[in-house]
Design a protein. Structure first.
Length: 70
């Protein structure tokens, strides 16, 4: 798939799909330090670590529907 085709598909997709895509990309970037080889002095990665990073990026899904949480 070419870049132009991908851009056209993204323009045609709904805001939910775009927000979920952004969330998945940010989740991958945030979780990257957990999957690459770690330095010996760092603590082990736990499921709690993954859960905390996931809970930190999940609000991105609702960024259009509720831009400000009061």
């Amino acid at each position: 798939m070419r870049i132009r085709e991908l851009g056209e598909r993204l323009r045609g997709s709904g805001p939910w799909a775009v927000d979920i895509g952004i969330t998945v990309l940010v989740q991958a970037a945030v979780a990257m330090p957990f999957v690459v080889p770690r330095a010996p002095g760092l603590p082990d990665v736990t499921w709690l670590s993954y859960g905390m990073t996931t809970s930190a990026v999940l609000p991105l899904i609702w960024r259009h529907r509720a831009p400000v949480f009061c």
